[in-house]
Design a protein around this ligand. Structure first.
Ligand code: NDP
Length: 315
């Protein structure tokens, strides 16, 4: 049978390119878990994904209620779950003031981390039930959260501190919208959320890999400088960023190529190692990359897990 893959945020950029690449293998059916139903349908059509290879289901990660509803809807469809890809993200680099999810968490960490944290935890049961031989749970990471790289050292750097802002619920009512309890900074909040994504993947691996056989992985697909992720940036940045990445840093990768990379992590039989953060070298071959000290700190991963459980209502 076909492999059933749920991809969050498949209505544009990397998620859409991955859905297309998986559809082209002829062996996957993609559940496009998207907040904008019509946009997702249009995107699938424009990308030329055949109707029988995808289903759009509504998911707004900025609402925990919507996450729970998505899980219900998916279960009612009767389809098994073989692979979950946590891909959606928001990036608000020039926001002066914080904005919030339905439950009142700062939007970047609320969407990119907490929404996915609840989704992954709930769908773990479904993954366990699937009879598919190579079940996987993938969370898209990023170089920007990794302070052991050049890109990760561009200020403001990711730093979760002692997680006091997260304990306080990520809003200025109780403490601070930032995980480390500092002043709001949209670019930093995004980077922090990506560190959370990578820590969560490793904690999932430690807790569940042996018992379930599920492969947990993260990746940095390269700098996909033209995606919607930069839609909230200033126009000059959006003009200069792609050529800068292409000719100066040489980290640029097209949406199509990045989609092929993520599709490899979803379905390539040689990429089934669990607990790994994948990257690609200049010849586009994959390798296991090192994470920064903070993004691989097991103690922080555990603390993050326990606080996140409370915030999303699992503990
Ligand atoms: P895009 O903005 O093109 O795609 C992000 C997707 O997330 C969109 O489909 C968007 O939906 C969706 N999304 C945003 N908020 C929500 C929400 N509340 N609920 C459901 N879906 C939501 O960006 P990219 O393709 O670049 O980003 C995809 C992933 O790749 C992210 O995890 C990002 O961190 C990562 N990444 C990107 C890099 C890059 O250079 N671009 C580099 C490294 C990692 P909608 O279409 O409705 O806006």
């Amino acid at each position: 049978r076909k492999c059933i893959v749920v991809i969050t945020g498949a209505s544009s950029g990397l998620g859409l390119a991955t859905a297309k690449a998986l559809s082209e293998t002829g062996q996957c059916h993609v559940i496009m878990a998207c907040r904008n139903f019509l946009k997702a349908e249009r995107a699938a059509k424009t990308a030329g994904i055949p109707k029988e290879n995808y289903t759009v289901m509504h998911l707004d990660l900025a609402s925990l209620e919507s996450v729970r509803q998505f899980v219900d809807t998916f279960r009612r469809s009767g389809m098994p779950l073989d692979v979950l890809v946590c891909n959606a993200a928001v990036y608000l680099p020039i926001a002066k003031e914080p904005t919030y999810t339905a439950e009142g968490f700062e939007l970047s960490v609320g969407t990119n981390h907490l929404g996915h944290f609840l989704l992954a935890r709930l769908l773990l049961d479904d993954l366990k039930k699937s009879d598919y031989p190579t079940k996987r749970l993938i969370i898209v990471g990023s170089i920007t959260g990794n302070t052991n790289t050049l890109a990760g050292n561009v200020p403001p750097k990711a730093n979760l501190g002692d997680l006091r802002g997260l304990v306080g619920g990520l809003n200025d009512l109780n403490s601070s919208p930032m995980i480390d309890g500092g002043e709001f900074d949209g670019a930093k909040a995004y980077k922090d959320s990506k560190v959370c994504n990578m820590l969560t993947m490793q904690e999932l691996h430690r807790r569940y890999h042996e018992e379930t056989g599920i492969t947990f992985a993260s990746l940095y697909p390269g700098c996909i400088a033209e995606t919607g992720l930069f839609r909230n940036h200033v126009p000059l940045f959006r003009t200069l960023f792609p050529p800068f990445q292409k000719y100066i840093t040489k980290g640029y990768v097209s949406e199509e190529e990045a989609g092929k990379r993520l599709a490899q992590v979803v379905s390539d039989p040689s990429l089934t190692k669990s607990g790994v953060y994948w990257s690609w070298n200049k010849n586009s071959s994959s390798f296991e990359n090192q994470l920064s000290e903070e993004a691989s700190n097991a103690e922080k991963a555990l603390k993050l897990w326990e606080i996140s459980e409370k915030l999303v209502g699992l503990a």
